[in-house]
Design a protein around this ligand. Structure first.
Ligand SMILES: Cc1ncc(COP(=O)(O)O)c(C=O)c1O
Length: 427
């Protein structure tokens, strides 16, 4: 697919403080600018959705080609050991551990966030006997809440999901709380929770803290060990660029691993899967959080993205995404004033992840009209248009181009066409 990005704004716009040339200058001064070349991004597209599906690293295709043709095609089943397939969940986990401030044996790649939450919420309940409440935020990502609801159906009065507003979280912790379950960065607004503070508050109430890192891993520094986090889950297909449907990861602090049990006790979590014993005995350490056969193709693709990120200082990623977010907010407010947009993200960079959202009454149609012009973000119900600033490949000049097209789409009401209002199944 080719997009049509028509810009007529190369000269300075009187209403704007800066010009496109100033944004190009910011790219020339950007220490991370060279990383974009490691990704296969199509010409003529401004990609601001790396927080939903990370861009394709150029190295991925050759890695998967080799895996398919040589390892699978020629070495067949011997590849499980010859090419280390069986070690991939722990090996890639140990690399992700570096990105999230954890020990090498504390992270495992497996399944999806949803499935990993079943394991970790159940483990938390069993580690906190006598406590029955999972405390979370009303606006947490739905799958986190749905998974707990499923466990409530299973466990009856042994489990209760308690939902409160963001401001009321610390006060709602009490002697019934088994685990505080939160997303570090809010998927809609991008607002960041104080991980260290809320983890300490959970501990003071005798509860554990389980963090969903979907929108923070690979975009900012994380320090799970330093912050005392007990349990965490995170996403492989967003900032880690693992590809569509990439497996997720889970973190279990070493201090809990031997005592923790999880209910998806499949053979790959057994201490000796190839002994084929009828009785389940969990593997030592993080390995017990595996369930079934690992998805080798997806794991290898994820490893390429993770390797790339391991070369970069997470603090530099955060610094750039904050700058991108700031510039974007200022440009939108300068150039799209009175065109129906309301900022839905915190203005202070320290309170924001690597994404920015605006409200618009016709947000869905606006985003479809933007995508038709080659500016790809996404829409989150009921009215948010969301833009992600994956710092390894988003350029400053992309911001200028995106806002120029946004201004045209809103000013000319291009969004007001029937084809932009047809809801697709993925938004
Ligand atoms: C905060 C958060 N948690 C979980 C998920 C998805 O979880 P899963 O890997 O089960 O699809 C997302 C997806 O966007 C998310 O934003």
């Amino acid at each position: 697919m080719r997009y049509d990005i028509r810009l007529n704004s190369d000269e300075r716009d009187d209403a704007a403080v800066l010009s496109r040339a100033d944004f190009a200058e910011l790219d020339r001064a950007d220490p991370l600018a060279g990383w974009r070349d490691r990704f296969a991004l199509p010409d003529g597209v401004v990609y601001l959705d790396g927080n939903s599906l990370g861009a394709l690293p150029k190295a991925t295709a050759a890695t998967i080609d080799d895996l398919v043709r040589r390892q699978w095609g020629e070495d067949l089943i011997t590849s499980w050991t010859r090419h280390g397939w069986v070690d991939l969940p722990r090996r890639v986990g140990a690399k992700i551990a570096r990105l999230v401030g954890a020990g090498a044996g504390e992270v495992l790649v497996a399944d999806s966030i949803s499935v990993n939450l079943v394991k970790l919420v159940a483990a938390a309940l069993q580690l906190r006997p006598g406590r029955t409440v999972v405390l979370s935020e009303r606006t947490n990502f739905p799958t986190d809440l749905y998974v707990v609801q499923g466990l409530c159906d299973l466990l009856g009065d042994r489990l209760e999901l308690r939902l409160v507003e963001r401001e009321g979280l610390a006060a709602a912790l009490d002697e019934r709380t088994a685990v505080l379950l939160l997303s570090h960065v809010d998927y809609r607004s991008g607002e960041v929770h104080d991980m260290a503070g809320l983890t300490a508050a959970a501990h003071a109430a005798g509860a554990l803290a389980l963090w969903d890192l979907a929108h923070s891993a690979g975009a900012m520094p994380l320090a799970l060990a330093r912050d005392g986090v007990d349990l965490a889950v995170g996403c492989g297909y967003k900032y880690l660029s693992g590809g569509p449907g990439a497996p997720a990861f889970l973190f279990v602090a070493e201090r809990w691993q031997e005592a923790a049990r999880q209910p998806l006790s499949g053979w790959f979590g057994h201490r000796d899967p190839f002994a084929f014993q009828p009785l389940y005995h969990p593997a030592a350490g993080i390995g017990r959080f595996q369930a079934g056969t690992p998805p080798v193709l997806s794991l290898k693709a994820l490893e390429v993205g993770v390797d790339l990120l391991c070369e970069v200082d997470p603090a530099a990623l955060q610094a750039k995404s904050r700058q991108l977010g700031d510039r974007f907010i200022r440009l939108v407010e300068e150039r799209c004033a009175r065109l129906g947009l309301v900022l839905a993200s915190p203005r202070e960079p320290a309170r924001r992840g690597a994404q920015v959202a605006f409200r618009h009454a016709e947000g869905y149609a606006v985003m479809q009209a933007l995508i038709a012009r080659g500016v790809i973000g996404d829409f989150r119900a009921p009215d948010l248009i969301r833009f992600g600033f994956a710092p390894l490949y988003v350029r400053f000049v992309d911001l200028w181009d995106a806002v120029e097209i946004l201004r045209q789409v809103l000013g000319e009401r291009t969004w007001d066409r029937p084809e932009f209002k047809q809801r697709a199944s993925v938004t």
